[in-house]
Design a protein around this ligand. Structure first.
Ligand code: GLY
Ligand code: MN
Ligand code: MN
Length: 423
């Protein structure tokens, strides 16, 4: 069974008889006037089909012991092709998704009506319609699935409309071997991109120029997209978590924090490292870095099935409190909020902050980040060390372990790069 068919079968197992599932790929959102944002597929749709084309619809029916799957895509249009290029043919869409019944959108409404109208005998009596009610999902330039839901209520009052999102969420949280390989590939390429940056990093360049090196490296490799906007922040700027400007110059006395990743085959890498621009940590930087590194390793050691992300966060906060009081970097326990102000972990997958139920205990197959950080604005120091880990039966495997984070390793790496490239 193909990866996508396997996922759909698992979804079928979660819904009762007498159900229809509809998941839209979505359409581009309007940016301004007649300009559109680049299209980003609804990842719940992509997860179930492998298709990234806008205005496509997955349609699944389960009733009377029968499970049927259809995919609807735009019909061929010579004019559209002249404006925006080739779109998937029915055969191509069928091959990618492993769905035999691929039809075009002109028959979608009638097919829907045939399936769920009152007294329909086509698939037997349908009582429940599951749709993806993600608020941000647009199925027409200005139409949300909420409006689609209202239309269903008007036209088919006997149908109960339910949100499919929590069911797909449960599936997406546990990664298959294929998904884990994709995430590993994203992390490996991200590692290469980081190495490119380090080879060209030098005092005096602007933060955005360092980010550009990472971004160009991905674009040059088969137009690999970014998983999220690259963060490069030097010195005090690193105390702003999503520091946007990136216009400052790198100073030899500062650390630089980079938080970045590519998306490979749809799956994100999400890595943060903090390195000294000169190649050597000074004493205070070394002291604070050591606390973050110890915390990063302690949380990784702690992570295992049965714990929640909140357990990891509480563990991280307690670790920081103890270590910062012990080393006199903090005077009062409560001051922790001044120097650590985000979560230590999120799920990672098709979305960088992947769909998840944060209250569910971790289980084997979950891929999460571990990203403690300390931010001392008064010293001009912001440090975050972010790894991506796979939860397994015994604890976890660090998927990003080859990206250097030990102080000695970082200093050796930077000095060997300097020796090779800058003399
Ligand atoms: N890059 C955003 C995050 O680490 O969560
Ligand atoms: Mn990150
Ligand atoms: Mn992250």
């Amino acid at each position: 069974m193909s990866e996508f068919e396997n996922r759909r079968q698992k979804l079928f197992d979660l819904i009762p008889e007498g159900s229809v599932v509809i998941v839209h790929s979505g359409v581009s959102k309007i940016a301004s006037e007649d300009e559109f944002f680049p299209f980003r597929v609804n990842n719940n749709f992509f997860y179930l089909t492998g298709i990234k084309q806008e205005n496509s619809v997955l349609f699944m029916v389960k009733n009377l012991g029968v499970k049927k799957t259809y995919l609807f895509i735009d019909e061929y249009s010579a004019l559209k092709e002249k404006w925006t290029g080739k779109r998937l043919s029915v055969e191509e869409a069928s091959m990618i998704s492993d769905i035999k019944n691929v039809l075009t959108n002109n028959v979608y409404e009638s097919q829907l009506d045939l399936a769920i109208q009152d007294g329909s005998t086509h698939f037997g009596t349908i009582e429940k319609l599951y749709i993806d009610l993600s608020e941000e999902l647009k199925i027409g330039p200005n139409t949300s699935t909420k409006e689609f839901e209202n239309r269903i209520h008007e036209l088919y009052p006997h149908i109960e409309v339910l949100n499919i999102r929590p069911l797909i969420c449960n599936l997406r949280m546990v990664k298959s071997n294929y998904e884990i390989e994709c995430i590993k590939n994203a992390i490996n390429l991200t590692h290469h991109g980081i190495n490119q940056m380090l080879m060209l990093m030098k005092e005096g360049m602007k933060e955005y120029q360092l980010a550009n090196i990472f971004e160009y490296y991905g674009k040059d490799k088969d137009k690999t997209p970014l998983a999220f906007d690259t963060i490069v922040a030097a010195g005090k700027n690193a105390t702003c978590l999503h520091y946007p400007s990136q216009m400052d110059r790198l100073k030899a006395t500062d650390l630089v924090l980079f938080d970045l990743g590519y998306s490979v085959d749809g799956y994100s890498g999400d890595i943060s490292r903090t390195y000294p621009i000169s190649g050597k940590f000074n004493d205070l930087q070394r002291q604070i870095y050591s606390v973050v590194l110890l915390c990063n390793k302690a949380v990784i050691e702690y992570a295992k099935p049965g714990l929640t992300l909140m357990d990891l966060q509480n563990y991280c906060v307690d670790f920081f409190k103890n270590e910062l009081l012990r080393t006199s970097l903090l005077k009062e326990e409560d001051d922790i909020k001044q120097v650590y102000y985000h979560s230590v972990s999120h799920h990672l997958g098709l979305d960088t902050h992947d769909i998840s139920d944060r209250n569910l205990p971790l289980q084997p197959g979950n891929v999460i980040t571990v990203e403690p950080g300390l931010y001392f604005a008064k010293y001009g120091i912001g440090i975050r060390i972010e790894d991506d880990i796979l939860i397994n039966e015994n604890g976890c495997e660090v998927l990003s372990r080859s990206i250097k984070k030990e102080i000695d390793e970082i200093e050796d790496l930077l000095s060997s790069i300097k020796f090779k490239t800058r003399g």
